[in-house]
Design a protein around this ligand. Structure first.
Ligand SMILES: [Zn+2]
Length: 749
């Protein structure tokens, strides 16, 4: 692409050569200049040709120091700020007049682009000028009513007499369910800020089967509105075309809400393709200026174009900025005025967000990672918050990640830090406590990051912490657990260390012919996901999309659609503790980052849960573990990434080393006395699965404690002081039996 400066020089040189003594441009020159100028403006927008036409100059008028350009609609799609508007006007002046001080007016499809600077753009520019001086902060979203809905969903196609998806099934998901995955997070964040969130599609909690026989949350809005008893005039609109009904009924329902919603956001992903595996398509925001009757105002009298563009700008700006912290190449696409019923029909402010392209591999490499989705969802929540309450509104905190409770009942945690949002720091905490599986009690803690609890002997406690501030509540921390038996002898306790804090997307590969998700590689979801529908089977780049049942490159199976995939549930201490309680063994628990706080005491056993973590234990964590071993603790450790554990360290302390990956496909494991156990190895709704368990090698005096039946090699290595596993214990179907057998064995050594 020609650089801006080259073009500039070319135009200026041309102008001076032809008309050295005057800045007045002849019609002939204007013709030549218009093409060049269009190219320069196209380059300046940074828009990709894949999704945006080049800028075309339809008319250029130069009179004295005044320049007026009439262009096609492309420049309207730019996010205009006071700064970039002034910059472009200076440049156009320079290109056409030879100096930067002309009076430039640019129209894009009849709109003066000077009128397209949103309140969002003005406020964020002012905020930067303010140098951190804060404007009055609005508290939260209490009393706000927000409509947010996931796109599409199953619909009944009368021609085919079948329930079908509205979009293609690609990269292990389908937009109809993929959008639900984001919306459930956005919804929870908005509700944690106090807002009332309304949806025309069933939320994820609606597990019962709808008319399709699938869970209600998989179906389109038409059916949910019907089930909820909404007037058929809202959803029976197109004489049996249920696809079109489903598109339009959402906005019809929004308009029927009383009281009216504050805003409406339709969450979509796009279906375009960059043609390679590394170019991100990115985020598009769409709004509409006029309704079906050419009304230019919303029901409350505000200007549609200004209000809707402003909402779209807040959301798109926040999403792009936040995603660039994890995906620096993330693209901001157009801030686009376009005619779609989801934004045309509503009488309240509305926006369509096309977060990424579900057809494009480079987008989905990010989009299958639960951490990316959390960041994107949080950005949408923040965009809405700032649209409603201004740029300095307090953002709710991130979740507490590290916590622990010692044998004396002192619960401690670490304040979560949000590097993107200094004002998201917690100002207080809610501690949730459950005794013997009863109701959850909640206790509020001001500022401090600890709470002294009264742990009664013989009672089993579970607990977690929620951070809070003016902006609302965070998501919950991991759930930990503690139990003291009547004897209350500390050195007889077990310490369960929840070191499983990872979640991630699947692994990808690409060569010149094939590309996609590595077979047998799966995401490790954060808690769970509703978006996974089946594994990819078409890896051939050249295979084109023909229709939604012949999706080409990236196509996947659909056998898992409508099921939840369980991932890291952040409650392994509860699972392990339940069995320890049955054995009447005292225990307490902490996350890996809090081990230091608990390593003064003596323990009979450390149970280190690494789960599906890809990352090794930190050096500090290993120092604490050594300290506890030196104090007499035995160690149980489980991980399906044993190769990530320092080999020399594992050999020294556990007499075990990594041997081989993918050690079983059947999932069959034999424990001592030939006891049969079964590993979950596929996505499922019951418990975490382990797609690639690892075989270990016993060193020195160590014994082969369990073996994989397929590979006939070691699944667990035991010594008199340790027992380590090459798979996550939580993925065993017979977890209680295996864990009890392991604890009994290790304690007897
Ligand atoms: Zn869509």
């Amino acid at each position: 692409m020609r650089t801006f400066e080259t073009t500039l020089r070319h135009i200026i040189t041309g102008a001076f050569l032809l008309f050295p003594f005057t800045f007045h441009l002849s019609p002939l020159h204007a013709q030549i200049g218009m093409q060049e100028l269009g190219d320069s403006l196209t380059a300046w927008t940074g828009f990709s040709r894949v999704w945006s036409p080049p800028v075309r100059i339809k008319q250029m008028r130069v009179s004295g120091a005044n320049v007026t350009l009439h262009t096609n609609a492309t420049l309207k799609d730019v996010r205009w700020t006071p700064d970039n508007l002034a910059e472009l006007k200076r440049k156009v002046s320079l290109w056409t007049l030879g100096h930067p001080n002309g009076k430039v007016t640019i129209y894009s499809s009849k709109t003066d682009i000077g009128t397209l600077v949103t309140e969002c753009a003005r406020l964020t520019a002012k905020r930067a000028d303010n140098n951190g001086q804060t404007v009055k902060r609005a508290a939260d979203l209490t009393d706000r009513q927000i409509v947010i809905y996931p796109s599409h969903g199953l619909y009944f196609n009368r021609d085919r007499q079948e329930w079908i998806w509205q979009r293609a099934t690609l990269w292990t998901t389908v937009e109809d369910l993929y959008s639900q995955e984001y919306v459930r997070l956005i919804r929870q964040m908005l509700e944690n800020a106090g807002a009332t969130v309304l949806m025309p599609r069933a939320g994820l909690e609606q597990q019962q089967a709808g008319p399709s026989g699938m869970p209600q949350w998989t179906e389109g809005a038409r059916y949910w509105l019907m089930t909820q008893g909404a007037d058929s005039a809202l959803w029976n609109l197109y004489d049996g075309n249920e696809y079109k009904d489903d598109m339009k009924c959402r906005a019809m329902w929004v308009n029927a809400l009383n009281p009216a919603a504050d805003l409406c956001l339709a969450f979509h992903t796009d279906g375009i393709d960059s043609g390679d595996d590394s170019t991100v398509i990115g985020t598009l925001a769409i709004y509409t200026e006029k309704d079906d009757d050419n009304h230019t105002v919303l029901r409350d009298g505000r200007d549609r174009a200004k209000t809707n563009r402003n909402l779209a700008d807040w959301v798109q700006t926040q999403v792009t900025e936040d995603l660039r912290t994890i995906a620096p190449e993330w693209t901001r696409r157009q801030l686009k005025e376009a005619n779609y019923c989801e934004t045309r029909v509503p009488v309240v402010p509305s926006v369509i967000l096309e977060l990424l392209s579900h057809k494009n591999m480079a987008d989905m490499k990010y989009g299958l990672d639960p951490n990316f989705r959390f960041t994107a969802a949080r950005a949408v929540y923040k965009g809405i918050l700032r649209y409603l309450n201004g740029p300095d509104a307090t953002v709710q905190p991130l979740p507490v990640k590290e916590l622990g409770i010692n044998a004396d009942g002192l619960l401690k945690w670490q304040a979560p830090a949000d590097t993107l949002e200094p004002n998201a720091a917690p100002s207080y905490y809610m501690v949730y406590l459950q005794a013997d599986g009863g109701e959850w009690d909640v206790q509020q803690v001001e500022k401090a990051t600890q709470l002294q609890l009264n742990l009664k002997p013989g009672v089993r406690y579970n607990y977690y912490v929620v951070a809070a501030n003016e902006g609302g509540l965070s998501f919950p921390s991991p759930v930990l657990s503690a139990y003291l038996n009547e004897k209350m002898v500390n050195d007889q306790m077990v310490l369960v260390v929840d070191a499983f804090n990872d979640s991630y997307g699947p692994e990808w590969f690409a060569d010149s012919t094939y590309a996609g998700i590595v077979p047998d590689s799966y995401a490790c979801e954060n808690y769970f996901s509703c978006a996974y529908i089946g594994r990819q089977w078409d890896y051939t780049r050249a295979n084109p999309w023909l229709n939604d049942d012949n999706c080409g490159w990236g196509a996947c199976y659909r056998d898992h659609a409508g099921q939840i995939t369980v991932g890291n549930t952040h409650d392994c201490a509860v699972l392990h503790g339940r069995v320890l309680r049955q054995m009447n063994i005292s225990y307490t628990s902490c996350t890996a980052g809090m081990l230091q706080d608990l390593s003064d005491a003596q323990y009979r056993m450390l149970d280190i849960v690494c789960g599906r973590n890809r990352v090794p234990l930190t050096d500090d964590c290993r120092i604490q573990i050594k300290r506890l071993i030196d104090n007499g603790a035995k160690v149980m450790l489980s991980s399906d990434h044993f190769n990530a554990i320092d080999n020399a360290w594992a050999k020294q302390y556990f007499h075990a080393s990594y041997y081989a990956s993918h050690a079983t496909h059947s999932g069959r494991v034999r424990g001592p006395e030939q006891k049969p156990y079964r590993l979950r190895m596929q996505p499922n709704e019951e418990q975490i699965f382990t797609p690639a368990p690892q075989a270990l090698r016993p060193e020195a005096d160590a014994v082969n404690w369990a073996k994989y039946e397929d590979m006939r090699c070691c699944a667990a290595v035991g010594t008199d002081k340790s027992l380590v596993f090459g798979f996550p214990l939580e993925a065993i179907r017979e977890f209680d039996t295996l864990y009890r057998q392991a604890v009994e064995w290790l304690m007897k050594q």
